[in-house]
Design a protein around this ligand. Structure first.
Ligand SMILES: *[C@@H]1O[C@H](CO)[C@@H](O)[C@H](O)[C@H]1NC(C)=O
Ligand SMILES: *[C@@H]1O[C@H](CO)[C@@H](O)[C@H](O)[C@H]1NC(C)=O
Ligand SMILES: *[C@@H]1O[C@H](CO)[C@@H](O)[C@H](O)[C@H]1NC(C)=O
Length: 303
């Protein structure tokens, strides 16, 4: 009896351990299709008893193109979705990619959100947004890497966004050709291609339950793993059981444990600019200002 019980408990904790890892969805379309990855985790925030959504969003631009925009949004359609739209010029030496956070009500273009549009308790912060240097193969491919946090994100009123959902709906959308006169947060956006299947937009689903971190300290950013397109993610709704196969669960659990250990180790090395705790807010755009000096001073003041 006793042994059975212990085994059962061990099995259960392995099962939940095995699910605890950031999830990932990629469409690596190359030059003629949308090309992005989204890594996500839900951090169980003990001080708010709520969940904070951590996202890593990468957008790959081919041949140095400064045209168009790439978006992902929480929700199963554009209306009411919480959308993260990225555009900019990868060849600009000074301008990081713009992350424009918008939503749309029925029949209207997505409009820029500001902090007063959010329900009390919810907050959004773009922690960093950078173009990486071009990769040698294929030539002149640049990637925008965006890290953002949505605090108490389930409070978002117009789309379901649940940390308990095994099949959280998301949308993606793409415009490959719009030229911009100026890259501003509220820039006018031209439409994506209209019909699903035409490459303009689509749905995907993430197993958010699998991505919940209950660690004591906020985790590091969800990784974007190379050569992985779907992890706890799919193009069609996931079953209630999520995507857990149980295959090699002990090895997998060990891998997950090592992963979180590595995350904790790296967390200490993360620069203060990318540290959510030192994030400084910008009321209109959710962009985090350069706050290195101040946070250092604050740290010293506490010493
Ligand atoms: C925020 O958006 C609302 C409309 O949604 C607008 O009335 C308000 O002026 C905006 N505030 C700022 C600071 O832009
Ligand atoms: C918990 O949420 C609050 C409010 O959204 C935030 O300020 C705080 O940094 C979060 N705590 C952790 C440990 O991230
Ligand atoms: C917020 O960001 C906008 C756009 O980058 C900038 O023009 C504005 O000065 C910033 N506001 C604050 C308070 O930092």
């Amino acid at each position: 009896m006793g042994w059975l019980r212990i085994l059962a408990v061990a099995g259960l904790s392995l099962a939940s351990l095995a699910r605890s890892e950031p999830v990932q969805y990629c469409r690596r379309g190359g030059p003629s299709e949308i090309d992005f990855c989204l890594g996500a985790l839900m951090y169980s925030n003990m001080s708010t008893s709520s969940h904070d959504l951590f996202l890593t969003f990468t957008v790959t631009r081919h041949s140095g193109s400064a045209l168009g925009w790439t978006a992902v949004g929480a929700g199963n359609r554009m209306n009411g979705a919480l959308m993260f739209i990225v555009y900019g010029d990868p060849l600009s030496p000074t301008n990081p990619p713009i992350v424009s956070i918008r939503t749309s009500t029925s029949h209207s273009r997505p409009t820029l959100l500001n902090r007063s549009d959010l329900p009390p308790g919810m907050d959004l912060r773009v922690i960093s947004s950078l173009w990486t240097a071009p990769s040698p193969t294929p030539p002149n491919t640049h990637t925008a890497t965006i890290h953002l946090i949505c605090y108490s994100c389930a409070l978002w009123p117009t789309a379901d966004l649940s940390p308990l959902s095994p099949s959280q709906p998301w949308i993606w959308a793409w415009n490959p050709s719009q030229p911009f006169d100026v890259y501003t947060f509220d820039a006018h956006l031209a439409m994506h291609k209209h019909h699903a299947g035409a490459g303009g937009w689509g749905n995907f689903y993430l197993d958010m339950r699998r991505a919940v971190s209950t660690a004591r300290y906020p985790p590091s950013w969800p990784p974007v793993r190379p050569r992985v397109d779907r992890l706890g993610a799919a193009d069609t709704p996931l079953s209630l059981a999520g995507m857990v196969t149980g295959k090699g669960s002990v090895v997998h659990a060990l891998g997950v444990w090592l992963f979180w250990a590595e995350v904790r180790r790296r967390r200490k090395q993360v620069s203060s600019a990318a540290d959510p705790a030192s994030a400084k807010l910008n009321d209109t755009t959710f962009v985090v200002g350069d706050s290195d000096e101040e946070s250092e001073n604050e740290g010293k003041a506490e010493d």
